[in-house]
Ligand binder design. Structure first.
Ligand code: PLP
Length: 279
């Protein structure tokens, strides 16, 4: 596999990262995951903006996000991924320096790593819907930064896997924020309800795309946090994410959503989502 590492395309086996790298030591970095089709990245502008915002938020300044995305896109042909669905992973850390909490010397170069791999669209899950579980949201107060610090998400998702579920919906102060690696929407009387963009959720790019699709389809949208107690009143629930797409939820813990099959709103949005071209 050819990967991108600190300015060069090299074989993955030749990547050498220092044990002093602050990504390894502190999770001091940010990342992005984007989807591709036939060599073109979906929502490139949105990913570019979000990466720039994340870098700004954690004060890594020595990276040109635009040039970087061009290099990331270049991974697709180099890995025989310029036909069909693929995904790219990109991360930037504050670089390698002797361990201290405060930022290292200004001459420390960020570490940049990106790879591309094939992507299998989750067709069976889209068709059948998935189970989720509810877990406490134990994350920090800047969930709007796509940082490498995903330990609470990892633990919540592991709990989901152990419960035979696809995802954990996170609950803070009695309200559902999002999934461990996806955004969430609830449908009440035909209206799609999503959490507002605050410090408590990641600004999900698929969520934005879905809201645009709702507008195109004339479907009403409301933006407010859904109380966990109101979840059973929802006609439908669904997840949204770069690799998740629009995924109907049919079970939450031990109760069934609607009649236990993917609902019409999620199905309509999934169909519209699948018809989108990279842009
Ligand atoms: N929320 C969290 C916590 C995530 O980690 C992700 C994706 O990784 C999302 C939401 C969905 O974001 P996007 O649609 O940009 O993939």
């Amino acid at each position: 596999m050819t990967v991108y590492f600190n300015g060069s395309y090299i074989d993955k086996a030749d990547v050498s990262i220092s044990p002093d790298d602050r990504g390894f030591v502190f999770g001091d970095g940010v990342y992005e995951v984007a989807r591709a089709e036939d060599g073109a990245l979906f929502q490139l502008d949105a990913h570019r903006r979000r990466l720039a915002r994340s870098l700004e938020a954690i004060r890594i300044h020595d990276v040109d996000p635009d040039a970087l995305w061009e290099r990331v896109r270049g991974l697709l042909p180099r890995n025989g991924l310029d036909a069909g669905p693929a995904k790219v992973y990109l991360q930037v850390t504050r670089g390698a320096a002797p361990r201290q909490h405060a930022f290292p010397d200004a001459s420390t170069e960020p570490t940049v790593y990106a790879r591309a791999s094939a992507h299998e669209p989750p067709l069976a899950r889209w068709r059948n819907g998935v189970k989720v579980i509810l877990r406490p949201d134990q994350r920090w107060d800047r969930c709007d930064i796509k940082s490498l610090n995903y330990l609470p998400n990892v633990l919540a998702n592991q709990a989901a896997q152990e419960a035979g579920a696809y995802e954990a919906l996170l609950v803070r102060d009695g309200f559902v924020t999002e999934g461990s690696h996806s955004s969430v929407a609830a449908v009440f009387d035909g209206t799609v309800t999503v959490h507002p963009f605050t410090n408590r959720t990641l600004p999900g790019i698929t969520r934005e795309v879905v809201l645009e699709l709702c507008e195109d389809l004339g479907r009403p949208v409301e933006t407010f946090p859904v109380a966990v107690d109101a979840l059973p009143d929802a006609d439908e629930l669904f997840l949204m994410g770069t690799t998740t797409g629009v995924m109907p939820i049919v079970q939450v813990d031990d109760w069934t959503v609607g009649d236990g099959t993917p609902g019409p709103v999620a199905q309509e949005l999934l169909a519209a989502f699948r018809a989108l071209e990279p842009a």
